[in-house]
Design a protein around this ligand. Structure first.
Ligand SMILES: [Zn+2]
Length: 172
């Protein structure tokens, strides 16, 4: 990605975009744009990411750069059209920080097990979401510390749901 060669500073990128862009619908607001990923909203070390890739003629200018975490940087669209990046960022916009990967985990769960987490809840008549939440958080803590992941990927999050449902079944 040639990140090291970029001369534009992160501050210049934040200042440029948050002076002209309507932050509604983005995962971050102006005050946190220097420390939270613009796609997932997670507090992570951020990389400068070309909107139009340098290989496709994109320039080293604030207007052609956004800030993303490492994971989102790997998944961003590399297309010679600047609107696509913003379409993508807005599509993932969430107002709740750190919830992004939980949502991705729920999608992943449905993909793996052919059933949504909501359906699993309904089958078990889980109405006390707070109780289930406690189990999930406990499992998340174990997973994070055990494997030393800085944060959960969607497959791990799906696994956390699976294990939590098993725990639930054991005690209910
Ligand atoms: Zn991210």
């Amino acid at each position: 990605m040639g990140n090291k060669n970029i001369k534009t500073s992160k501050k210049e990128i934040v200042d440029y975009w948050f002076s002209i862009v309507d932050e509604c619908g983005l995962s971050v607001d102006a005050s946190e744009a220097h420390e939270r990923c613009w796609r997932c909203g997670c507090e992570m070390s951020l990389e400068r990411c070309h909107i139009i890739p340098d290989s496709l003629g994109g320039e080293d200018k604030a207007s052609n750069l956004v800030l993303l975490c490492k994971r989102c940087h790997l998944e961003n669209p590399n297309i010679a059209d600047k609107d696509v990046m913003w379409d993508w960022l807005r599509a993932y916009g969430t107002s709740l920080y750190d919830i992004f990967w939980v949502k991705q985990g729920m999608k992943e769960y449905e993909f793996i097990y052919g059933k949504s987490v909501e359906e699993e809840f309904a089958e078990r008549s889980i109405t006390d979401v707070n109780h289930f939440d406690k189990i999930v958080k406990e499992q998340m803590r174990k997973t994070i510390f055990h494997f030393g992941h800085p944060y959960l990927n969607s497959a791990t999050m799906a696994g956390v749901f699976r294990v939590s449902l098993k725990m639930w079944d054991k005690v209910n």
